[in-house]
Design a protein around this ligand. Sequence first.
Ligand code: NAP
Length: 284
Amino acid sequence: MEKNKGRRILITGAGGFIGSALLKELSDLSPVAVYHNTKPSMGYHSLKSVDLRDEQALRVLMMELKPEIVYHFAALASPKRNEEDPQLARETHLKVTENLVNNLPEGSHIVFTSTDKVFDGSDPNPDENSKPHPKWLYGRLKVECENLIRSRVPRHHIVRLPIVHALGEEWVFKTGSAGGSFIDKGMADLRLGKKVEAFNNVERGYVRISRLVDLFKVMLEDEHYGLYHVSSPMMSYYERMKQLCTHCGIAWQDLLVPSLGTAIPMTQNLNTVKLSSTFKIVFD
Ligand SMILES: NC(=O)c1ccc[n+]([C@@H]2O[C@H](COP(=O)([O-])OP(=O)(O)OC[C@H]3O[C@@H](n4cnc5c(N)ncnc54)[C@H](OP(=O)(O)O)[C@@H]3O)[C@@H](O)[C@H]2O)c1
């Protein structure tokens, strides 16, 4: 990290779940942290509140900072909220990303988080060359943002993520608007000895936030630009909770109850061969 001292780094969505976690790890490098309404929960000095839909405000920010690398996490991250408010969704994903791309200094590098929801579950093992088939607005807008970044910013890492989670620690619930994934809520409840139901018929991939932050730190100076799928092997929500509880020493045997879910798609896999062969990182 020492050699990255002095680099001009910008994190958008810094008060959100993923942004907060990265900010904590990169704070020695003094990134500028942009939030909207929700401040990062950690005390931090280099904070700016900017509504990134406002192109003029974003232009001023970019002219002041001239970032060499932008971790772009600002988004309307709840798929349900996207369906409920399509105009806000379009502005928050597309307008914000357009504003950013239009004002990015020449040669800047962008790291952007997309989603496995660019697929609809019909392809059993989609890789980065598979054609996206989003079923919902959130996935469609992410595809549009990906295409915009790919066509306009040569130095980009776009990572498609499934469910990102921590281990139910308290800090998670102080970040972002989503209020923690079901995994985090479930683990926090299990720690308190409460019963938790988890789908055993809906299968997805997962990413632990600490491992994702490690990958983002590698990307700070990596030049293998492009699109990457990042995910654990696919498993049910129930199996994932069991795995994590065992890892953390949380008693789950009498508390974790398998249940049947109706989430669509019922299975969503991501092929991660490109990621593991390029970065030698495997997500479990
Ligand atoms: N978490 C996951 O499981 C997951 C999975 C796949 C992809 N992703 C993607 O990863 C990124 C980060 O996700 P996250 O979980 O950290 O989401 P999050 O906790 O909801 O954080 C998103 C942040 O974006 C900010 N934001 C929204 N509109 C803005 C605007 N107009 N101007 C400036 N900031 C704005 C929000 O600020 P306010 O709350 O103050 O409005 C929020 O802090 C998103 O692109 C998301 O789609 C996340």
